[in-house]
Design a protein around this ligand. Structure first.
Ligand SMILES: O=C1O[C@H](COP(=O)(O)O)[C@@H](O)[C@H](O)[C@H]1O
Length: 243
């Protein structure tokens, strides 16, 4: 497809930054995120960072926490959360505390999304309130993607997906429970994710690349929710990939 007729999603894929190994990808992404945060702090006195859960971001977290940053001026939260207690192994907040908020980076301000023991709507409200404490637009957002094309916790075939993707919604967070997704979850809505200055989509492995390709070519947002993130004109999405 010629660049003049390319969709934003196709352009995003064509511009993907490819690396030889997950370690190289993590190093480059951590470096770029640190630059974006440093710029935000210099320009506005503080900066916000949203990070994903799952396994892929762990090397990024472990690299980022070693970089010289004014961590006490950095406000960190998540793109999504599993609705489990924070000491559960599946908790994304626990992941961030274990792998990112260590050493100097422990000085960052962290805002978990989930409130334990409340119903879906109250948890959505707690999530929205937590995000309201971060500087917005968010300075840097890292998103992951599953091999089924979910991003944040916007899963294919989730009855709550339409709410999460609704461009007219005022909700910052939606409680989700897709048939094939482990755990009930909270996801930031697409609208909220797009209130960002800089977004990266971090994926590793040929299977995820193939999913991304299908998501771009097929264009079906309900089958591949990541398509909605790529196929918008508000904020460019920078793909960081290695096999
Ligand atoms: O459940 C989740 O999955 C995705 C992808 O996780 P990974 O383990 O394949 O890297 C992640 O981006 C999302 O934040 C998380 O909650």
């Amino acid at each position: 497809m010629g660049i003049g007729r390319a969709t934003p999603a196709t352009q995003t894929l064509e511009a993907a930054q490819r690396f030889a190994s997950p370690a190289q990808t993590a190093g480059a992404l951590a470096q770029r995120v640190s630059e974006v945060i440093r710029y935000g702090v210099k320009a506005r006195g503080r900066a916000s960072l949203l990070v994903p859960g799952g396994r892929t971001p762990i090397p990024v977290f472990e690299r980022l926490r070693t970089l010289a940053l004014p961590w006490d001026q950095v406000y960190v939260s998540l793109t999504d959360e599993r609705r489990v207690p924070e000491d559960d192994e599946a908790s994304n907040a626990r992941l961030v505390r274990t792998h990112l908020l260590q050493e100097d980076a422990a000085r960052a301000h962290f805002y978990p999304l989930h409130r334990e023991g409340v119903g879906e709507r109250a948890d959505e409200a707690a999530c929205g309130a937590a995000l309201g404490l971060l500087p917005r637009p968010f300075d840097a957002v890292i998103l992951g993607m599953g091999s089924d094309g979910h991003t944040a916790s916007m899963f294919p075939d989730d009855p709550a997906l339409s709410r999460a993707l609704d461009t007219a919604t005022d909700s910052r967070c939606v409680a989700t429970q897709a048939p094939d997704a482990p755990y009930a979850r909270l996801t930031l809505t697409l609208n909220t994710l797009l209130q960002s200055r800089w977004i990266a989509l971090h994926i590793t492995g040929a299977a995820k690349w193939a999913t991304l390709r299908k998501a771009v070519d097929g264009g079906d947002t309900h089958r591949f929710p990541v398509h909605a993130l790529l196929n918008q004109r508000h904020v460019p999405v920078h793909v960081y990939y290695s096999p």
